[in-house]
Design a protein around this ligand. Structure first.
Ligand SMILES: Cc1cc2nc3c(=O)[nH]c(=O)nc-3n(C[C@H](O)[C@H](O)[C@H](O)COP(=O)(O)O)c2cc1C
Length: 445
């Protein structure tokens, strides 16, 4: 389902907010998207631009489910299935995203938002960059792009990931296609980090049919039904990138980053530009949701994993709760170690039993309060590679951030403090006692 079909579906379900009043993409639009956080919003009258702007299409789990025609509870299994069994997409001869071709590049025509007065410039934040790695082939990844002039950007390219390693291997410029206005499957797949050589577009295609089309000036393929494609090159020249408010809702470090030059723009006739508000729900969910299947896969290798939540309070990136069916006294600790393998940026994880509702932080806290002893059930890993987004980590330019990690085994302790095993009846005593249900009729005044 293309972005615009999703917008229509969201409208039919009463989720879409349509703003017809003229709105300025300089600061004003970001404030409105923030005020409507959690809702998709379509701006039909954008100051200084012929494009409409959409934001918030991924700002709640229910929108992912709606786009994929599933219940929310099926999101995790469906992502696992797509990651495990990617399907090579077909390449078609003509595509909506190439209805209009602009060889005279003028980025000023795009309604690129400036989010905050302190930002380094206008930023494309929902752009998905497609490149070809000389050894591993196609790679798709989000890269925020700070506009420098009417033809070029400074791109944030995280060190050691797909785009960075391909650029390091390439002597000259690296061809890139930046796709804006993507379907939800493409956005989800772009946020994933599958093993090297696995094509993220094949993951998107496994989620929902995603035909591709060849670019006009680059040896790259892009989703045929996206709205706008910027065909260009990532150069080895550097420019100052930032300040930019990131996932943590704090300003990221200002860095010297590669410059991207645009050579050709193609788009739909009535293209919709996609915006994504940094640090808010859409950013957080797109970051965290694709890590749940990778954590699940690793935990499943060591014990029975029931469910995983990358929690909103940890910015949907640094914290997770893992629910297991405990069958061995050490399953909780094994699950902690596996969860860190499943998501390299994970910093804190809580493992709970299947009677704990991992979507209720009150319930998770109850498990920590009643089942966890720090001297026995806490795992601390010192000086590990961590997230570049964590302001409290140790940051050295050009190197992976270093951090401490913590795992809390809040499952029912099978061992007593003296090391002997608890009987099943003793373990049952850790469970919450239920008052049972009563019909409320006739009870309330
Ligand atoms: C909304 C959003 C914005 C992102 N912005 C960037 C970015 O600016 N630079 C970057 O390198 N990664 C960014 N990422 C992370 C990558 O898209 C993601 O980690 C990707 O899976 C890396 O894939 P790769 O290892 O296959 O290259 C962003 C992710 C999301 C969801």
């Amino acid at each position: 389902m293309s972005l615009r079909s999703f917008i229509e579906k969201a409208r039919q379900h009463g989720y879409l907010v349509i703003v017809d009043k003229e709105i300025n993409p300089y600061l004003e639009m970001a404030r409105i998207i923030n005020a409507l956080d959690g809702r998709p919003v379509l701006f039909t009258n954008v100051r200084g631009s012929d494009y409409r702007v959409v934001a918030g299409v991924c700002s709640a789990r229910k929108y992912f489910a709606l786009a994929l025609d599933i219940e929310e509870a099926q999101l995790l299994p469906i992502l696992i299935e797509a990651l495990t069994n990617p399907v090579e997409p077909e390449v078609v001869a003509s595509a909506p995203c190439q209805e209009v071709v602009e060889r005279e590049v003028d980025l000023d025509k795009l309604p690129i938002l400036t989010h905050l007065p302190g930002d380094g410039g206008p930023y494309i934040t929902a752009g998905v960059a497609i490149i070809k790695d000389p050894d591993y082939g196609r790679n798709m990844c989000f890269h925020r792009l700070m506009k420098l002039d009417e033809r070029s950007f400074a791109a944030r390219i995280v060190e050691g990931r797909g785009t960075d390693t391909a650029l390091q291997k390439t002597e000259g410029d690296l061809e890139v296609a930046i796709c804006i206005g993507n379907s939800i499957p493409v956005l989800l797949a772009a946020a994933m980090s599958p093993p090297k050589g696995v094509d993220e577009l094949a993951i998107a295609n496994a989620l929902r049919s995603t035909p591709l089309v060849k670019c006009l000036t680059k040896d790259l393929e892009v989703p045929a039904d996206c709205e706008i494609v910027l065909e260009g090159r990532i150069t080895h020249r550097l420019a100052t990138e930032g300040p930019f408010l990131d996932l943590t809702e704090t300003y990221d470090i200002v860095r010297q980053q590669p410059m991207v030059e645009i050579d050709c723009i193609t788009h739909r006739r009535d293209a919709i530009y996609q915006a994504l508000l940094p640090g808010k729900s859409e950013h957080k969910l797109l970051m965290g949701l694709p890590r749940e299947p990778t954590i699940y896969a690793e935990v499943s290798k060591v014990c029975e994993c029931r469910d995983v939540l990358v929690t909103p309070g940890g910015m949907s990136w640094l914290h997770a709760v893992v629910q297991i069916v405990k069958r061995h006294p050490n399953d909780g600790k094994r699950a902690i170690e596996a969860a860190f393998r499943g998501h390299g940026s994970l910093k804190h994880v809580v493992v709970v039993d299947e009677d704990i509702n991992i979507r209720s932080m009150r319930d998770v806290e109850w498990a920590i309060a009643t089942r966890f002893q720090a001297d026995r059930d806490l795992i601390v890993l010192e000086d590990r590679p961590g997230s570049s987004l964590d302001p409290s980590a140790t940051h050295v330019p050009g190197q992976k951030a270093r951090t401490s990690k913590m795992g809390l085994d809040a499952t029912i302790p099978w061992r007593k403090p003296d090391g002997t095993l608890r009987t099943e009846a003793e373990r049952e005593a850790f469970k919450r006692v239920d008052y049972g249900e009563v019909a409320p009729e006739g009870l309330a005044p």
